[in-house]
Design a protein around this ligand. Structure first.
Ligand SMILES: *Cc1c(COP(=O)(O)O)cnc(C)c1O
Length: 394
């Protein structure tokens, strides 16, 4: 049996004729940059993500770069994030000339540890207040603990830019000042949310694409102008932006796929649940396979945990690399997200001596298994059986 890490084939096959028609219409329109298809898709995503506005951009990376530029963040400024995320999060900070400041992650969720964040914010506030933004990453499709991160950001007057590249549609419970709980979508809690439509994300295009969501009327104007070289009006540049535009071909494909997103999310969630059950039945749970938990929060009348969209399903295991090779030899795809923490990367040698033990341990133990919606029960069983064989056959 063959179980690839991700197979986009079934998705495209099911929507092929609808997508071809929509793309053909764009081609025939001869309007190839931004335009009404992009505006309509921006409205769809904003509504889905509980935000007032969406600004379509060229990639998830550009979404972050452009948001930082629009907030005037640059040389001399500090931006807090975690060292356990895709390179783009840190790359965006460095590219605008700012300096990343890392805080460690929580063992259970792989996301920013609010206590560590509190500690850094307190320290930095005594050193001239150079921290201009916090970028919590909703890693693998699960929201960071925004219920604790947002009050800290407010206390220290630092804006929050959510890296929601892996988490479109994920949500988490947020408590009001008066104690009322609201379920909030990824990208709607901070000042801005950054999304990626890279093909392997839960909502993926047929090429690169991204989106910034915000409900701030001032920021949205700056974002729109920044996307187009800072022009406002055309050929008049009050600021320097870039070419960060999305094209209507991506917009029409993504708009079609967006209508199926909730269904795909639920299938990924079902597959994750099946893995949990199968690992438990195999007697592998906790020794040696650990399944990181969703963060728990009790909410009356709602699912009693964080709504995870499982862009990745992660296990933590001993001899991770040995297991990966074994799976490969049995035609099962898996991937290591991420083998080297950001503070250990060669391009930031000045950070290499810093220590983030929880992130470093995660980088050694984590392995992503296939979890895409169209996987069969047989394929899931085969994955768990193969892992069981690896750990029980000496
Ligand atoms: C995918 C991803 C990005 C970048 O998105 P691109 O569209 O590939 O540029 C940024 N941050 C995280 C956490 C991601 O997973």
């Amino acid at each position: 049996m063959n179980v690839p890490l991700l197979d986009l084939g079934p998705q495209i096959k099911a929507l092929r004729s609808e997508i071809l028609q929509a793309v053909t219409d764009v081609i025939d329109s001869t309007r190839y940059i931004l335009g009404p298809e992009v505006v309509s898709f921006e409205e769809d995503v904003a509504a889905y993500c509980q935000s007032d506005f969406g600004v379509g951009v060229s990639s998830g990376t550009d979404a972050i770069v452009m948001t930082l530029m629009s907030l005037g963040i640059g040389i001399g400024d500090l931006v807090i994030t975690t060292p356990y995320t895709f390179f783009a999060t840190m790359g965006a900070v460095l590219r605008v000339g700012a300096q990343p400041v890392f805080v460690d992650i929580e063992e259970e969720s792989f996301n920013m540890d609010p206590e560590a964040l509190d500690c850094i914010l307190r320290q930095q506030s005594q050193h001239g207040g150079r921290v201009k933004a916090i970028i919590p990453v909703h890693l693998f499709g699960q929201c960071a603990d925004m219920n604790r991160i947002m009050p800290l950001a407010e206390k220290y007057d630092v804006c929050v830019v959510e890296d929601a590249a892996q988490a479109i549609g994920a949500c988490c419970p947020m408590t009001d000042a008066d104690g009322t709980v609201h379920w909030k979508k990824a990208g709607s809690m901070g000042l801005a949310g950054c999304f990626s439509f890279f093909p392997s994300k839960n909502l993926g295009g047929i090429g690169d694409g991204g989106m910034v969501t915000t409900s701030d009327t001032e920021l949205v104007d700056i974002l729109r102008s920044c996307r187009n070289h800072g022009a406002q009006p055309k050929y008049y540049h009050a600021r320097v932006g870039g070419n960060f535009r999305i094209d209507p071909v991506q917009a029409v494909v993504l708009a079609i796929k967006l209508r199926h997103l909730e269904d795909w999310h639920s299938k990924r969630r079902e597959n994750s649940q099946t893995y949990r059950t199968l690992f438990k039945e195999a007697g592998l749970l906790h020794s040696p396979v650990e399944l990181p938990h969703e963060q728990f929060a009790t909410v009356p009348g709602a699912e009693n945990h964080n709504h995870h969209i499982y862009n990745q399903f992660i296990i933590r295991v001993p001899d991770r690399d040995g297991l990966r090779t074994f799976l490969q030899n049995h035609s099962i795809g898996s991937e290591v997200y991420y083998p080297l923490c950001l503070h250990k990367q060669e391009c930031v040698q000045e950070y290499n001596g810093q220590k983030f033990p929880v992130a470093e341990k995660a980088a050694q133990e984590s392995l992503a298994l296939p979890v895409y919606p169209e996987l069969t029960k047989e394929q899931l069983s085969f994955v768990v059986e193969t892992i069981t064989r690896f750990y029980t056959s000496g």
